[in-house]
Design a binder for this molecule. Sequence first.
Ligand code: NAD
Length: 266
Amino acid sequence: MDLGITGRTALVTGGDSGIGWETARILLDEGATVVLSDQDADSLAEAAARLDAPEGRLHHVAADLSTDEAVKELAASVTDLVGDLDILVQSAGITGAQGLFHEIDDEGWTTTLTVDLLAPIRLTRAFLPGLRRGGWGRIVYLASEDAVQPYDDELPYCAAKAGVLAFAKGLSRTYAEEGLLVNCVSPAFIKTPMTDAMMEKRSKEIGSSVDEAIESFLDEERPYMELGRRGLPEEVASVVAFLCSDRASFVNGSNYRVDSGSVATI
Ligand code: NAD
């Protein structure tokens, strides 16, 4: 299926690895010009090199999205490089503070909410004027199954992602008639550095191999993931890319689950 985005400009945050990197790969294949962003300049440059993009169609700008100033600087750099954006994919995120509620202090909450909720809001504010100007735009936020099915050992992450869903839904009402469509994708347990780190921690805690930790996590913690395996980043990226496309012209204010059934309700 031709996604109809040849010549469109896109920013993908969290583009170093995982879902963001795979999304950038598809957008490039579909003819878009992509700016890849992440926090570490060296690994970002390596990630961009691995994309092996046609001359002039891939740029990379490092930014730590923890402050409004850095987000504004990113917006200025991106605009200098490619002009107004047509597509914003907000994939940067952290698991953040883990533990039961009484074990997480204010700093844990603040750090997690800053990256997982405030950064998407700040990015949207910074890029909105350009996204509106073109009369055609797409914003896709990576939320999570945790937004609607919270787990009690990562409440800051759950609350942030629930906030992303509420924010996206409200935002989708304001600019749709101008052609700017806003949607979310909510994955569960995808094979990326984020869950690699979780599974390494779990394997140490239960004294098992990483493979056994994954198997026991699926059995005990994610019983409704009917495919019985971690998802692959490209299995999420294909849905993100669809929502970035001209083919998704009547999709707005939606949350697409890519979780093999993990959320217990439909
Ligand atoms: P990932 O760790 O591969 O990618 C996340 C990227 O965000 C990393 O490259 C990281 O450097 C970047 N990042 C973190 N903090 C940042 C900051 N302050 N500034 C700039 N960049 C920052 O993880 P992923 O699995 O590809 O996650 C992508 C998105 O999908 C995240 O928003 C995550 O919450 C969401 N998600 C992932 C899963 C999963 O199972 N992997 C499940 C549900 C939701």
